[in-house]
Design a protein around this ligand. Sequence first.
Ligand SMILES: NC(=O)c1ccc[n+]([C@@H]2O[C@H](COP(=O)([O-])OP(=O)(O)OC[C@H]3O[C@@H](n4cnc5c(N)ncnc54)[C@H](O)[C@@H]3O)[C@@H](O)[C@H]2O)c1
Length: 316
Amino acid sequence: MKVAVVGVGAVGSATALSLVERGGSCREIVLVDRDTARADGVASDLRYAAPLSPTVDVRSGGYEDLAGAAIVVITAGVNEKTGGATDRSDPKGRLRLLETNAKVFAEIVPQAVAVAPEAVLMVVTDPPDPLADLARHVAGHNRVFSTGTVIDSLRFRVQLADRLRVRPRDVQALVVGEHGTSEVLLWSSATVGGIPVADLLGRDGRSVEDIRKEVERDIRYANITIIEGTGASQYGIGAVSARLVEAVLRDERAVLPVAAYSSRHEVTLSLSSVLGAGGVQQMHEPVMTPEEHQALAESVRVLRAAADRALSIGTT
Ligand SMILES: NC(=O)c1ccc[n+]([C@@H]2O[C@H](COP(=O)([O-])OP(=O)(O)OC[C@H]3O[C@@H](n4cnc5c(N)ncnc54)[C@H](O)[C@@H]3O)[C@@H](O)[C@H]2O)c1
């Protein structure tokens, strides 16, 4: 199985490293970037790490090398720091990158689809959900999804686990809607060992409402906190991307909050999605309170407007 990564910056190289280290799901990784020297350098670096993992060949290439790829991971484009999306008080958040990155997608997607018409397209570039709508439109097929709120849901689980002093693996908690400032944290269904987290938080006397605000802030702006330290958030999303590739290649039917087009909501968004061969196979709406439903409707509104903009930029 061949996996292609288009865009070999911080996120693309972290994704490729995670693919090599997780091992086993793909036999070949091709790295493509308009900065060919960078793609060559990352491929060369990873080639020397590969013998420590299950057999995998890593090489750089051009679009012609996408032929036969089962999945194309798109991580090309400006990031939050370069694109000026690191202001916590800016409600647009990652949507600030839409104009620039829609143009990047208009360049990449037709070339990728021409060479690899059967490949699943996985969008990581921000803002991933409207860019997945654009990619789907340009590709002319539905085998398109974005990493959506998988990373946000992991952040939610980690933040809750910290406060509850349990391991994150045992916390069930979902974020749905946009991978962005309008995302919806589903507190009502967050549980640990079958117990609602709201029943466990605040046992040390702190107000549950205060803890909730603190957790929401930490998750919504986790990317900015990371960028303030390192310039780019890359390792978490790299590990997520490799894990999602694995779920597709192995037809796992894993239930994860990746984003795909929902005919019900008429836009790409994250719900409880079933991920396997061909991308997202089913999407289900988690049980929500009326307030959570309302917040999701607002996120859908934001996403529809962004998708319309992405299409108008990327298809003219
Ligand atoms: N979905 C998520 O959860 C998530 C998380 C972190 C970052 N991101 C996003 O991922 C993207 C990449 O971030 P990064 O930190 O790796 O940025 P980066 O600047 O380190 O790398 C971007 C790479 O894309 C390449 N590129 C740009 N335009 C191209 C084109 N037209 N064709 C081919 N290659 C092109 C550049 O040469 C560069 O190597 C950003 O949009 C960032 O915001 C998304």
